[in-house]
Each structure stands twice: as C-alpha cells, then as structure tokens.
Design a protein around this ligand. Structure first.
Ligand code: NAD
Length: 292
C-alpha cells in the first residue's frame, strides 16, 4: 500500500512554482497576484483563505484579501468583483465559498472574468474542460489528477467510481477521469445521494474518489482489494487532543480501508494541500497568459 503524500507533493509543486516566479521577476516581469474575497467570519473559510494567502507568500506571489461582513449585499460583492476583473495588476480572483444565503453563488461565479477564474468554476471554463480545451481546471480535481500522475497510478481502462456530484469536485472529476487523456481514459460511474446499491458499485471500483462530506463513510467492506482511494472529504470535528481544539477527518475510514488499497490519500495531508498548489499553478498560468 502506497500513501499518496499530498502534502509532500504540494510542497514539491510550490518549489517548482517559486523557481518560475523568480525567473519571471528576474526577466523584468511582475509577480503573479492572487486576490481572494472572504465574506463573514466562518472558522473553516477563514482557515482555508489564510492557507491560500500564506501559500502565495511562500512562492513569491502578491496577494490581496478583501473582507466583507455577512451583511454585504449581492450588488456590493458584484461591484467589487467587477473592479478586480478590471484591475490589470491582479491575475487571479477567488471568492471563498460558501456565501451567505442572500447571495446567489452562481451569479457571483459568473461575474468573475473567465480569464481570472483560477478556481476554474466559471461555466466557460467548465465547458472548456469538458471539451478538453486549455483552461483553468477546478483546483481540487486538478490536484487529484496531479497526484495520480506523479505517483504513476494507471488509470487507462480502469473503472473509476466517484461518490458525490458537487459542481466543484464530483462532477468535474467524473468528466476529467473519462477524458481521452492521461490520467483519464477511465470508465466512470458518478454516484450521489439517490444512487441505489452504492456498495455493489463501489466494490467494482479500481479507483474510488470520495467527496460527499460524511465522516468515515467508506468502510473496508465497500471496496475491493487493490483499489486506489482518493479521499476528498474534510470535516472539522471537535477534539480535546489537539492544540486548536479541532481535528480533520475524511470520508474514508482510513484505519480499516488502507489494508485493501494499492494507493490511498490521507486526511489531512492528502487532497487538501494539492488543492492549494493547483490554485497557485492556475494563477501562475494566468500571469503568464498561457490560456487567455
Ligand atoms: P457537497 O457537500 O456539495 O455535496 C455532497 C455530494 O455528496 C452531493 O452530490 C450528494 O449527492 C452526495 N451524497 C450525499 N450523501 C450521499 C450518500 N449517502 N451516498 C452517495 N452520495 C451522497 O460536496 P463537496 O463540496 O464536493 O464536498 C464534499 C467533501 O469534500 C466535504 O467534506 C468538503 O469539505 C470536502 N472538500 C475538500 C476539498 C479539498 O481541497 N480537499 C475541496 C472541496 C471539498
């Protein structure tokens, strides 16, 4: 069993990005610049955004964090996005989700210029992804592809089962694994909350990608021997054993399942750090005008 070390791989990628940034700046170019918008004071969102800003510093990017309180109107948010869209100094823009209920997330996503959409959530970029055109891939699925590639996990002809059909993880993942690319070329089954006989399906998976947000949902009896498991789930649960008072758990019961696996990602230290590395990679691509 091989552990897919997301944390280590993400650090390798950040090192590669830092070298490229230094070369850009040495050649007289400007540092890539990521802007993030955070609405409200949700503990998890705060943690994710500060990890992204810290990662920018680490690789030599500029970053801007724009904060709004929970009462911000949709109009005010859209106006700020428009301002950043038109600011040539900024290469990438992300809006940390979820947003308060009175704000339409899809409207916000569509407002971000596809050229600065380094989260890869804009319908234009999702469409380009589906057509296998150059684009910003959604960061979490892109991080999973990168892990599979760097660990040389064979995907061609394999049965890939995805649990969860969210717009940001499960659905794009299912499209990417079915594309005629490497990694890719899988036969894909996308499962969700209405799927019947889930266990019968997961037991046939060569590659199982789990993104439903239910702690330790996948157990050893749901998988076949030799499976490669990618655990996307991150749930913060209270813990009296950590300094922060929280610990992170995945969607897979790692302890019981790992003995069945050829490869498995841990939580934490698996997909999470890869997501941030891919966000940086997309921002660098934007700064270098690779796609648009
Ligand atoms: P979501 O919460 O938007 O949707 C959950 C999906 O799971 C839905 O499509 C639903 O149909 C499906 N589902 C729910 N119960 C199910 C069941 N019993 N059987 C089969 N399918 C079921 O999903 P999300 O935003 O993709 O998040 C999923 C998890 O991944 C969460 O824990 C989230 O925190 C985590 N996440 C991690 C990263 C990362 O960087 N590692 C990024 C995004 C999300």
């Amino acid at each position: 069993m091989i552990i897919l070390e997301g944390k280590k791989t993400a650090n390798d990628i950040k090192g590669e990005i830092a070298i490229e940034v230094a070369a850009l700046v040495n050649a007289g170019g400007k540092k890539p610049h990521l802007a993030a918008i955070l609405v409200g004071v949700d503990g998890a969102s705060e943690t994710y955004v500060s990890a992204k800003v810290k990662a920018c510093e680490k690789v030599g990017f500029d970053s801007t964090l724009v904060r709004f309180n929970n009462e911000v109107t949709e109009e005010e948010l859209l106006t700020e996005i428009d301002k950043i869209n038109n600011n040539d100094a900024i290469d990438g823009l992300i809006v940390q989700l979820p947003l308060p209920k009175h704000i339409n997330e899809m409207k916000v996503t569509e407002m971000i210029s596809p050229t600065k959409d380094v989260d890869g959530f804009h319908p234009v970029n999702i469409g380009r992804m589906a057509l296998n055109l150059p684009t910003y891939l959604p960061a979490t699925p892109a991080g999973i592809l990168e892990l599979l590639e760097r660990y040389q996990v064979e995907t061609s002809g394999k049965h890939c089962v995805v649990i969860g059909r969210s717009h940001i993880v499960g659905s794009p993942m299912s499209i990417l694994m079915a594309r005629n690319t490497n990694p890719g070329n899988c036969t894909v089954t996308l499962t969700h909350s209405r799927t019947q006989n889930l266990k019968e399906i997961t037991k046939t998976a060569d590659i199982l990608i789990v993104a439903l947000g239910k702690v330790e949902f996948v157990t050893a009896d749901m998988v076949k021997k030799g499976v490669c498991i990618i655990d996307v789930g991150i749930t913060r649960v209270k813990s009296d054993k950590t300094k922060s008072g929280w610990k992170l758990l995945g969607d897979v019961d790692f302890g019981s399942v790992k003995k069945m696996c050829s490869f498995i990602t841990p939580v934490p230290g698996g997909v999470g750090p890869m997501t941030i590395a891919m966000l940086l990679k997309n921002t660098l691509m934007s700064a270098k005008r690779v796609i648009y």
